[in-house]
Design a protein around this ligand. Structure first.
Ligand SMILES: Nc1ncnc2c1ncn2[C@@H]1O[C@H](COP(=O)(O)OP(=O)(O)OP(=O)(O)O)[C@@H](O)[C@H]1O
Ligand SMILES: [Mg+2]
Length: 263
């Protein structure tokens, strides 16, 4: 199997503090890879390095055959990114937000209109394209960010907490869209989420990061076997000694009620 992403000995220091401590891993082309860890583990910092937002202190990153540090433009054309914090322009319409992105990413002018329509249709927002983003709900904004990240036909899509703060129905629908992209376009998906049941349902490969180090990786089945647990949630607890949502304000009870409704 070919690797679309290869990370070697990646380190990120902020002053004296090392947020990412020499991590290495590969992601197979066409797979869904879940990068899981408690708050502050180093997930977003890693994603920012993979997507050229942050410069690594040391290490090597290859995306789609391109060295991310040396061939930034080619690497950038290979991936789409949905950041943990929204980066939409509220004062523009949904359509305008996507156009802007298509221009920045140099989507050929002839193909722009069609690709934008397709991207908006995939996330069910084509009919709402003329709405101002400031009038969108949280779930619609998230879906728009996904549409925007798709418009230059990336080989790999990075999603940092695509479903945080959304209701179970919306979360479900976002995962459905993501799964469809993976299956129909063979798009590799690299995601983070605090919802272990969602990761368990969708991921081919999982890596668990804590305090900047990868402490476990493999398929969901392999991780459950290694930790002698029956769910990824339990495995995560055993590995990190923490519940994934203990310190980010979402109570486990509330989350479990939500998941109950989702099924
Ligand atoms: N620009 C920065 N300057 C200093 N420290 C930073 C900076 N960015 C991140 N950190 C620190 O690096 C660590 C990892 O942060 P990061 O955002 O990668 O965590 P995360 O795994 O994405 O967490 P969450 O699940 O809460 O999103 C944290 O301790 C954070 O405070
Ligand atoms: Mg984060």
């Amino acid at each position: 199997m070919q690797n679309i992403l290869s990370v070697q000995s990646l380190v990120k220091k902020f002053g004296d503090f090392t947020a990412v401590k020499n991590i290495s891993f590969n992601v197979e082309a066409g797979s869904i890879f879940a990068f899981l860890g408690p708050n502050g583990a180093g997930k977003s910092t890693t994603i920012k390095m993979l997507t050229t937002v942050l410069k690594p202190t040391s290490g090597k990153i290859i995306i789609n055959g391109f060295n991310v540090l040396k061939e930034q433009d080619k690497a950038r054309a290979s991936f789409g990114i949905v950041f943990q914090d929204s980066s939409l322009d509220d004062e523009l319409t949904a359509y305008e937000n996507v156009v802007y992105h298509a221009v920045v990413y140099k989507v050929p002018k002839k193909e722009r209109t069609e690709r934008i329509q397709k991207a908006l249709e995939i996330v069910g927002l084509w009919n709402r394209r003329e709405d101002y983003v400031k009038n969108y709900s949280g779930g619609m904004k998230r879906r728009l960010e996904i549409a925007r990240a798709l418009v230059h036909y990336p080989k790999i899509l990075f999603l940092d907490e695509p479903t945080v703060g959304l209701d179970p129905q919306t979360r479900n629908s976002i995962w459905d869209h993501i799964k469809k992209l993976n299956e129909e376009r063979n798009m590799t998906i690299f995601l983070t989420t605090h919802y272990m049941e969602e990761a368990e349902a969708i991921a081919d490969q999982v890596a668990v990061i804590d305090h900047g180090k990868i402490i476990e990786s493999g398929t969901v089945e392999e991780i459950k076997r290694q930790t002698e647990t029956e769910s990824l949630e339990e495995a995560f607890l055993k590995l990190t000694g923490r519940n994934i949502r203990d310190d980010n304000g979402t109570s486990r009870k509330r989350m479990m009620r939500g998941m109950g409704r989702m099924r």
